[in-house]
Design a protein around this ligand. Structure first.
Ligand code: SF4
Length: 285
């Protein structure tokens, strides 16, 4: 069956990056190649927070506890929680997506395909979804990715066709965005696994690409500088954003101003996390 394993599907305001403030449908796919257990922890240490959540007690994704360390969407890849992410047929998914839109049709809203790591297992299914008749008037998509997955040639060909193939379309190269949140050592992931410049250069051939680094400390900012240089040396020409770490108010407030100052100093862009002050980073926001 043509289907996607869906962790979350909701309508909200995009809180981060290029489309901050834009009404958006978020499709969170299941599966990731990382765990990012280092986020919010002293360097070199890994969190146990998600392990303490008893998966058997939960029957709905949105009832899960939020975590303050590690990956804030842990249930979108930790297989202990896979029962909370149903496989949904492409037809059912397109209908559910359109149901979320205020006018039951695409107007100014944009589609965010996130994860987990959405480019890991679903590249064959996305063309089926995006070609569905109910998705006809969709004009802008963002793939939120960790940047470790190469695009398969068939998917590249499809994205070209999606952006340019329809003579009546208002879409263009700029309608497809890759928001690349490359993982720095603070995530607990290895540099050589997480920083893959050739992929970003490949994405750049298909759409608009920007880098988004999550930072909490001066060391993180130094790591972001090093990664940014590696990406640019390989040919990346897009924008670089830095963004405060953390999914809850306390962590967020501690470092937001310093992150903004660090961005200004380097000529980078600062990204807020609007979903934190607006919605406390609850599930479905
Ligand atoms: S890459 Fe993203 S989804 Fe995957 S574990 Fe890290 S923060 Fe979570």
């Amino acid at each position: 069956m043509n289907s996607i394993k869906v962790s979350e599907l909701f309508y909200s305001i995009q809180g981060e990056g290029r489309y901050m403030g834009v009404p958006s449908v978020f499709l969170r796919t299941f599966g990731c190649n990382f765990t990012c257990d280092g986020f919010g922890m002293p360097r070199g240490e890994k969190t146990n927070e998600r392990h303490a959540v008893d998966a058997s007690k939960y029957t709905h994704y949105n009832a899960l506890p939020l975590v303050t360390t590690g990956c804030d969407s842990y249930a979108s890849w930790d297989t202990r929680f896979k029962h909370l992410s149903p496989r949904i047929s492409i037809d059912g998914l397109a209908q559910s997506i359109v149901e979320l839109l205020p006018h039951k049709e695409w107007r100014d809203e944009h589609l965010v395909i996130t994860g987990g790591e959405p480019l890991l297992g679903w590249q064959k299914q996305f063309p089926l979804l995006l070609s569905h008749p109910l998705m006809k008037n969709l004009k802008e998509i963002t793939f939120e990715t960790n940047g470790t997955q190469k695009l398969k040639q068939e998917f590249v060909d499809y994205l070209y066709e999606w952006a340019e193939g329809d003579p009546f379309s208002t879409r263009s190269y700029d309608s497809i965005t890759f928001s690349v949140s490359a993982k720095l050592p603070a995530s607990g992931e290895k540099w050589e696994d997480a920083i893959v410049p050739e992929n970003i250069v490949q994405y750049q051939e298909v759409g608009h690409v920007y880098l988004k680094f999550v930072v909490a400390t001066e060391d993180d900012i130094k790591d972001a500088e090093r990664a940014d240089k590696e990406f640019r040396d390989a040919g990346f020409t897009g924008n670089t954003y830095i963004m405060p770490v953390g999914g809850v108010d306390s962590v967020y407030n501690l470092n937001a101003k310093n992150v903004a100052l660090a961005a200004m100093k380097r000529g980078w862009r600062y990204s807020d996390r609007l979903q934190v002050p607006l919605f406390k980073n609850e599930w479905g926001t």
